[in-house]
Ligand binder design. Structure first.
Ligand code: NAD
Ligand code: USQ
Length: 396
């Protein structure tokens, strides 16, 4: 299949592009390198020494003989170039990773909120409008987030995208209807994913676009079967207070003897997936595109749920670390339960990689190997959700 990978220089996009290429897809990466520029803005860098995209693509060719194409383009602003690219490549599938994806970054200031909304919604809408303009029947696979469901401790396993509701009509007869699950985004970033859903619903109904929205949990790990083939293929690994996700942060913190940064009580429960499963899920979603017609297909891309305090205890016991409970910079429930269905990806053949000591050790070995690249001053989370959280977090 001809497959475009938008955001293919990023943490999930790069290993997904390699995995698709390894499985025979003709891959073209699209990226504007905004993520690398945000590293410069934050004075941060990946724990792992990632190469330029040119070097990465050359290394993939050297390791496998396979070629990956590349187009530098800003999805949110370079509309005409996007139309030209779609007309030239005529992809069978488009995988859309190209959004600003960090909740703390999206809450840093009005400028960061506005950038996140403009970039994410502008990019997604440009893509949908361009697919219609070019008249392509490409299957669009978008990376959404489990965060659209919110963290309310509902007494059900979260369904995949839709909720069946029963309601009486004006004569008292009962009807049922599937609606998008009511969203409860917890940050401006998560809000953009909630709004993306409405764009997809509209374009699927109005223009018959074939769309899969993958509500992915928190990704952990770094390497995949493809990125280990050559040092130059190494994936990025964020550990800073804005972009580092919780389990990867804990692994880095343990490696350098920094007390694990649990927000509040750590009673927050979240859904997780290892990066090796992310890339497999992307391929399963892309290759099952023929099944998608009519309403948007929503699949929960998760393999397990964990409470943050339990993850901290596991990392502390496995790798030897102390645990710190810090004032929570985020306005979020201190404790919640969460359980989500993932029947569709299991039905497509996903064999979940569960959080096991072996994989924790793999990531921890990487953290130790590159520990001289870790800047301890970048570890604290200093993006506060509101003034009250700032006052609590900065109290001497
Ligand atoms: P990332 O920031 O590492 O990668 C995103 C890539 O998209 C970057 O290379 C960036 O330069 C590019 N990009 C951003 N805006 C662009 C634009 N306007 N035009 C062109 N390129 C643009 O993020 P990631 O962790 O790889 O996440 C990828 C997707 O998966 C995101 O949409 C994110 O919301 C979703 N997701 C990620 C996680 C996670 O834990 N990392 C979990 C759930 C969902
Ligand atoms: N947390 C800590 N300590 C830390 C960092 C985080 O206790 O040092 C807590 C947070 O307060 C939160 C939870 O851990 O309760 C998860 O935080 P996170 O930064 O790992 O994840 P999140 O901000 O939700 O975002 C990440 C990705 C995002 C993706 C989302 C999936 O950055 O792109 O959409 O995970 S989900 O969480 O399922 O919505």
């Amino acid at each position: 299949m001809r497959t475009l990978v938008l955001g293919g220089d990023g943490f999930c996009g790069w290993p997904s592009a390699l995995h698709l290429s390894a499985h025979g897809h003709e891959v073209t990466i699209v990226d504007n390198f905004s993520r690398r520029r945000i590293d410069d803005e934050l004075g941060a860098r990946s724990l792992t020494p990632i190469r330029s995209l040119d070097e990465r693509v050359q290394a993939w060719h050297d390791a496998t003989g396979r070629d990956i194409g590349f187009a530098e383009l800003d999805l949110a602003h370079d509309y005409d170039d996007l139309v030209d690219l779609l007309s030239t490549v005529r992809p069978d599938a488009v995988v859309h990773f190209a959004e600003q994806r960090a909740a703390p970054y999206s809450m840093k200031s009005p400028a960061h909120k506005r950038y996140t909304v403009d970039n994410n919604l502008g990019g997604t809408h440009n893509l949908l409008a361009a697919l219609v303009q070019v008249g392509l029947d490409a299957h669009l696979v978008h990376l959404g987030t489990m965060g659209v469901y919110g963290y309310e401790s509902v007494p059900v396993d979260l369904p995949e995208g839709y909720l069946t509701v029963r309601y009486p009509d004006r004569d008292g007869h009962e009807h049922t209807r599937d609606i998008l699950y009511p969203t409860q985004p917890g940050s401006v970033y998560h809000l953009t994913k909630s709004l993306d859903q409405l764009l997809f619903q509209f374009y699927a109904r109005n223009d018959g676009l074939r769309i899969t929205d993958l509500h992915q949990g928190i990704v952990w790990g770094t390497q995949t079967d493809e990125t280990v083939l050559d040092d130059r293929l190494i994936n990025r690994f964020d550990y800073d207070g804005d972009y580092g996700t919780v389990l990867n942060r804990f692994l880095v913190q343990a490696a350098v003897g920094y007390p694990l940064t649990v927000h509040g009580s750590g009673g927050q429960t979240r859904a997780f997936i290892n990066i090796r499963d992310t890339v497999r899920c992307i391929r399963l979603a892309v290759e099952s595109g023929a099944e998608v017609s009519g309403r948007v297909r929503v699949m929960n891309q998760v393999t397990e749920s964990h409470r943050i305090s339990e993850l901290a205890d596991l990392v502390a016991q496995t790798l030897g670390a102390t645990v710190d409970h810090l004032p929570n910079p985020r306005a979020e429930a201190d404790t919640n339960d969460l359980s989500a269905r993932n029947d569709q990806l299991l039905g497509l053949g996903l064999e979940p990689t569960k959080l096991a000591a072996g994989l924790l050790t793999e990531s921890s070995d990487i953290a130790r190997k590159y520990s001289d690249r870790i800047d301890h001053t970048l570890i604290p989370c200093t993006s506060y959700w509101n003034d009250r959280r700032r006052a609590e977090g900065t109290r001497p």
